[in-house]
Design a protein around this ligand. Structure first.
Ligand SMILES: CC(C)(COP(=O)(O)OP(=O)(O)OC[C@H]1O[C@@H](n2cnc3c(N)ncnc32)[C@H](O)[C@@H]1OP(=O)(O)O)[C@@H](O)C(=O)NCCC(=O)NCCS
Length: 140
């Protein structure tokens, strides 16, 4: 099943005025990882656009010198949409520092949504029931 993982070193220019990782920078990295996950599943990155970032939650602050890893995985597949769940981990932490869902739509060259034809296996849904149900509840 499609997943994506990207890592970043938190540098001075990524910080806010509190000296912790700026939410705007974190959001960019989160959406990037979720996009890569969705685009890899669709296999046509040029057809994938983001329509919503749902409830990004900042649980713990990351700091300069932290190596953060954004892990993204498919959570729910609609007919023309894909909802991805992202989690951010810092260094060796087991609990996420940031979590979010992001929804993408497949569009053709004219910008019209089309059915991507992808499905999640029953086994995958069973193993990921929690995020699957949460993503389902977020649907438009
Ligand atoms: C993508 C876009 C063409 C979709 O248009 P639309 O008229 O809403 O499309 P539809 O009503 O046919 O919906 C298509 C699918 O997207 C989902 N969807 C559309 N807007 C959504 C939103 N804001 N949040 C969550 N899902 C959404 C629908 O639920 C539907 O899902 P399904 O097929 O799995 O049931 C239009 O919203 C758009 O161009 N948005 C701008 C995208 C963009 O520029 N992204 C970059 C962000 S900077």
């Amino acid at each position: 099943m499609e997943t994506a993982s990207i890592s970043h070193l938190v540098k001075y220019e990524d910080l806010n005025h509190h000296g912790t990782l700026f939410a705007g920078r974190m959001s960019e990295w989160m959406v990037e990882a979720c996009f890569i996950c969705a685009a890899t599943a669709v296999k046509k990155p040029e057809d994938v656009v983001c329509v919503q970032v749902h409830g990004m939650s900042f649980i713990k602050p990351a700091r300069r010198g932290d190596i953060i890893r954004v892990e993204a995985q498919l959570a729910y597949l609609g007919q023309k949409s894909l909802t991805v769940y992202g989690q951010v981990f810092a260094n060796q932490a087991v609990e996420p520092y940031v979590t979010s869902f992001a929804t993408f739509v497949t569009i053709d060259q004219q910008g019209r949504p089309y059915a991507h034809g992808l499905t999640l296996t029953p086994e995958y849904i069973q193993q990921n029931q929690d995020i699957h149900q949460k993503a389902k509840a977020l649907r438009k």
